[in-house]
Design a protein around this ligand. Structure first.
Ligand code: DQA
Length: 146
């Protein structure tokens, strides 16, 4: 089984970006944790980050036939991008929406997700630990009854 962990804008700055909100772990730390979790649950994990909306749309489209599902932290595009929502709808791939912070406990503009309605579920508020959680949840969804 192969899962793509796709990260959106500004997540390349993790570790130095508002650490009181997003924590001290860098994206490289998170990637290493995901690879470790992947080994434990027999999932091949691939990581991708882009600050560009179109590149994220491309990544979702390109995942078809190459991945079984996507863990997506779309960053701020979560709250604005109909293009990302449409890309998710256009693929038959299960997508799990992920956020480090609890977006519902923050500014009101973060309460609305354009993508949640086309995702299989949402994990938010557990910081970097949300990534391995999301991988386990998505793998469980892809392997029901195991
Ligand atoms: C985020 C939450 C978004 O509102 C924000 O724009 C981000 C990060 C998170 O992981 O908590 O860039 O997706």
């Amino acid at each position: 089984m192969k899962i793509l962990v796709l990260n959106g804008p500004n997540l390349n700055l993790l570790g130095q970006r508002e650490p009181e909100i997003y924590g001290a772990a860098t994206l490289a730390d998170i990637e290493a944790e995901c690879v470790k979790t992947g080994r434990e649950i027999s999932v091949e994990v691939q990581f991708l980050q882009s600050n560009h909306e179109g590149a994220l749309v491309d990544a979702i489209q390109d995942a078809v036939g190459r991945f079984d599902g996507i863990v997506l932290n779309a960053g701020a595009y979560t709250h604005s991008s109909i293009a990302l929502r449409d890309a998710i709808s256009a693929t038959a791939l299960p997508v799990l929406e992920l956020h480090l912070s609890n977006t519902h406990a923050r500014e009101t503009f973060r309460h609305r997700s354009m993508i949640a309605g086309v995702c299989i579920g949402v994990i938010a508020g557990f910081g970097a630990a949300g990534y391995p959680l999301a991988l386990r949840a998505l793998a469980g969804h892809l392997r029901p009854g195991t």
